[in-house]
Design a protein around this ligand. Structure first.
Ligand SMILES: *Cc1c(COP(=O)(O)O)cnc(C)c1O
Length: 334
């Protein structure tokens, strides 16, 4: 099956598995796993941050970021359709007593900065204390411009607010803009970067930030039960991914762009232009018969959002396009 449901479905390559098999390990709760230490040092280096922390998932690194910036009774501003707000079980509120203040993303995936400023609470006993503003890059495959990030960063700092990035797909943004990951991370106090999305590692995310933030995050990671022992076995895959699988994201972007173009030409509209590895069909399309048809042609989708990744080749993209054409031919005139 060709699986478009997410870029989390990739299988580790034989080179990655070899790196895992060869990993030197130790007890990471004692700080003695050389492979985890190497991954954290490398992640800090390429993002231009003082320190990094390896964790089980992006949900955990986002939570660690929020908990490390905020105290009980603080508030964080976040997109109302952001992963951190919608799809992480409300962890910041449940486990940190940190209240979210959701505001809508605009069509570019930005939080409009005037609306962010208007949402910041005055120093008054009625209100929670606004502490942090989270962005997501990419959001629904959309890339935040460097000009926007620069203005966000300057305005948030002027307000004395902390800045966290949900960068589950920040490497896709960096490759698309042809900037370094440090170029994007410079605008944030902390960033969560997934190794298990487009970078194609089987597990793991890193949180990067200052020494102080990462020290706090390390304590919370242990508290959450996320202290792992000979984690070098999986960290080796993450390190391999960071060193080998970043530039190839451009292939996923090219396949997604070709797919988007073909769908438009077939009269299947998109919700927004393809910018990176995600193709979003327009919401008015009924995907139920399409799911069924593609299934019969060996292609798995779960709705409007189609995600390209390392395990979908250019030839397989041709196959998906042909399967969509045959669907259109069978449903002509509908
Ligand atoms: C996948 C994802 C995460 C983290 O997900 P995990 O499955 O917990 O690793 C966070 N934010 C966004 C935008 C994501 O797509």
């Amino acid at each position: 099956m060709i699986d478009l449901r997410s870029d989390t479905v990739t299988q580790p390559s034989s080179e990655m598995l070899a790196a895992m098999a060869a990993a030197e390990t130790g007890d990471d709760v004692y700080g003695e796993d050389p492979t985890v230490n190497a991954l954290e040092a490398y992640a800090a280096e390429i993002t231009g941050k003082e320190a990094a922390l390896y964790a089980a998932s992006g949900t955990q690194t986002n939570l660690l970021g929020i908990l490390s910036h905020c105290e009980r009774g603080h508030e964080y501003i976040v997109g109302s359709r952001a992963h951190t707000y919608m799809y992480e079980g409300g962890g910041a509120a449940v486990l940190g007593s940190v209240q979210p203040c959701p505001i809508p993303f605009n069509s570019r995936g930005e939080l409009p900065l005037d609306e962010v400023e208007a949402a910041v609470k005055p120093d008054d006993a009625h209100f929670a204390i606004t502490r942090l503003v989270c962005l997501e890059n990419t959001h629904a495959g959309k890339v935040l411009s460097m000009a926007y990030l620069d203005e966000y960063s300057r305005r948030m700092q002027a307000l004395g607010l902390r800045r966290h990035l949900d960068g589950a797909r920040a490497f896709n943004a960096a490759v698309k803009l042809d900037v370094t990951i440090e170029g994007i991370c410079q605008y944030f106090d902390s960033a969560s970067l997934c190794l298990s999305k487009g970078l194609a590692a089987p597990v793991g995310s890193v949180l990067v930030g200052s020494k102080d933030i990462i020290a706090r995050a390390r304590r919370y990671r242990k508290m959450l039960g996320g202290g792992m022992r000979q984690a070098g076995v999986i960290a080796a895959a993450g390190l391999y991914a960071l060193k080998n699988n970043v530039q190839r994201l451009a292939d996923d972007h090219a396949n997604a762009a070709r797919m988007g173009q073909a769908l438009k030409e077939m009269g299947l509209p998109l919700a927004n232009p393809v910018e990176t590895n995600i193709v979003m069909l327009a919401p008015e399309i009924d995907t139920t018969p399409l799911i069924e048809h593609l299934q019969q042609h060996g292609v798995r989708i779960n709705g409007h959002r189609w995600v390209f990744h390392r395990d979908i080749s250019s030839d397989q993209t041709d196959h998906i396009i042909a399967a969509c054409r045959s669907y259109r031919n069978e449903h002509a005139g509908e």
